[in-house]
Design a protein around this ligand. Structure first.
Ligand SMILES: C[S@@+](CC[C@H](N)C(=O)[O-])C[C@H]1O[C@@H](n2cnc3c(N)ncnc32)[C@H](O)[C@@H]1O
Length: 257
């Protein structure tokens, strides 16, 4: 598997937490007994029963939470959130790949509204947070509809069963006020860097494999250079740009002949 460069991260594993030491071994991270023993910029630790990532020197811990009305969008009324409409859940789309799973919020919203979602995340650290969130949510109907995959979505998409839709929420340089709250974004940026450059690739791969649509989440006034959507759903803070699949792009797997 491709290894993702990340800033120095220590795992805080006080005595009696062998699971954390095991995780540190899997991720190739150093272990310290307490946060004050570390000089790393980010710490992976257990906080309130959740595997959490926290900036050294303080700040709110970031963890994955698959539960609660706030996260499902089911805060009242029966209207589906714009995300679900953009992805096409009211038009028969069921099998969705969230190719940039991150902290799993969008994936959870889609699953809570009935989609079967494969979450693909290439950062081993975020994958570990997602796996912990899924473990804690075990038994809930939404969790039963979510499957977690670690790896690069560009590879996954060409190898997996074609989904109805692919959803993308890449980490752009300028995210405006979109998506994640400030402190989570800060931690994500510290972990992943400020921006990504391969979004065009990901959109093109997704368009070759999705059978119904590809949806890209952007800040409300953001643009994706060189990619003109076929439709847009615009909210106050975010927009969802919808792309139709490409049937004229040659073989699904560029290595196929
Ligand atoms: C902005 S975050 C997504 C936030 C997510 N929508 C949520 O609700 O929490 C973008 C994520 O995409 C992941 N990512 C970017 N390119 C990827 C790729 N090619 N394959 C898998 N994951 C990718 C990054 O590691 C990052 O965690």
């Amino acid at each position: 598997m491709e290894s993702i460069p990340h800033p120095q991260i220590d795992v805080v594993a006080p005595d009696g937490r062998p699971q954390l030491r095991e995780l540190a071994g899997e991720l190739g991270l150093d272990v310290v007994a307490s946060a004050s023993d570390s000089s790393a910029g980010l710490l992976l630790l257990e906080h309130a029963g959740r595997l959490s990532l926290v900036k050294a020197g303080g700040g709110s811990p970031v963890a994955v939470e698959f539960g609660g009305a706030r996260r499902t969008g089911r805060t009242g009324g029966s209207a589906r959130p714009m995300l679900c409409r953009a992805v096409g859940l009211d038009r028969g789309v069921r099998r969705v790949v969230d190719a940039t799973a991150g902290l799993g919020r969008d994936a959870f919203t889609l699953a809570a509204w009935g989609a079967d979602v494969v979450l693909v995340e290439r950062s081993p650290i975020l994958h570990a947070l997602l796996a912990d969130g899924l473990r804690r949510a075990e038994g809930s109907p939404a969790a039963a509809r979510m499957t977690l995959v670690r790896g690069d979505a560009r590879q996954f998409l060409v190898e997996a069963e074609p989904p109805d839709a692919v959803f993308l929420d890449p980490m752009f340089e300028d995210r405006g006020k979109a998506a994640l709250p400030g402190w989570e974004l800060q931690v994500l940026r510290a972990l992943l860097g400020p921006g990504e450059d391969a979004v065009g690739d990901l959109i093109e791969t997704a368009r070759r494999v999705a059978t119904r649509r590809v949806v890209v989440k952007r800040p409300a006034h953001g643009r994706i250079a060189g990619h003109k959507p076929d439709a847009s759903y615009v909210g106050g803070r975010v927009r969802y740009e919808v792309f139709t699949p490409r049937s004229d792009c040659g073989p699904r797997n560029p290595t196929d002949t």
